[in-house]
Design a protein around this ligand. Sequence first.
Ligand code: NAP
Length: 258
Amino acid sequence: MSPSLDVPPHQRVAPHQRIAVVTGASSGIGEATARALAADGYLVVVGARRLDRITSLAEEIGGIGRALDVTDAESIAAFVAGLDRVDVLVNNAGGAKGVAPVAEAVEEDWRWMWETNVIGTMRMTKALLPALIASGDGLIVTVTSVAALEAYDNGAGYTSAKHAQALVHRTLRLELLGQPVRLTEILPGMVETEFSLVRFGGDQERSDAVYAGLTPLIAADVAEVIAFTASRPPHVNLDQIVIKPRDQASARRNTTTG
Ligand code: NAP
């Protein structure tokens, strides 16, 4: 890591220090993953658009917080500057907007979902691949979704973006064969985070209704699995991990829907 990262002296990176990058770490699964990896001894570089949250998380876990918008090439370039060696990249930034049927698709929402989930993952991976290879045992974790496995009514903007994001990740698994990089796709079901709040444009009541009457996962449930994945030895590649609450059997079938 070069001085361009502006790292305070107490955070300078020792040669043996393992480094993890987590995108979308200002809430939910990303924030919990940053905490879990920091607890396991990683220096965690956290990024998202809400810099206030990123800064206080970085302070709390002894990591490095930087503004990051994965839809903006310049923001990504500034975020990765000086990261010459990275052990773990968690492509987590993403989400859904809206629940319109295809016949009423809102293009702005579709563009947001595709740019954040799909192109964001491609850009972050491309930017950090040399640093991951340089570590000698890199790991790319991409948080897709059960929406990368299934179709459901009124979800095509999100399911198509998550399918595409997953295919970027799964293609990398093929293209990087022989390189010292492992790839793990995490496919969560219902996790109570800010996900539904974002999907419903800030409507708290509608968001709460998604999780009413069942026990969803919490962000830490997913984060613990990501940290476990990172703790495996270099020859072990966990390719795909689907994590759902017991109360959920498929993307749209759960104990409240019957
Ligand atoms: P969340 O609490 O809304 O977190 C989403 C994170 O992504 C936030 O930190 C947000 O930060 C960040 N983000 C959004 N746009 C970004 C951008 N352009 N650049 C950088 N960061 C951006 O939701 P979550 O559930 O933790 O979601 C994390 C991932 O899990 C997403 O990829 C989501 O699709 C996936 N997932 C969630 C669920 C679920 O039920 N919750 C299920 C399956 C998969 P800023 O707004 O500060 O930028």
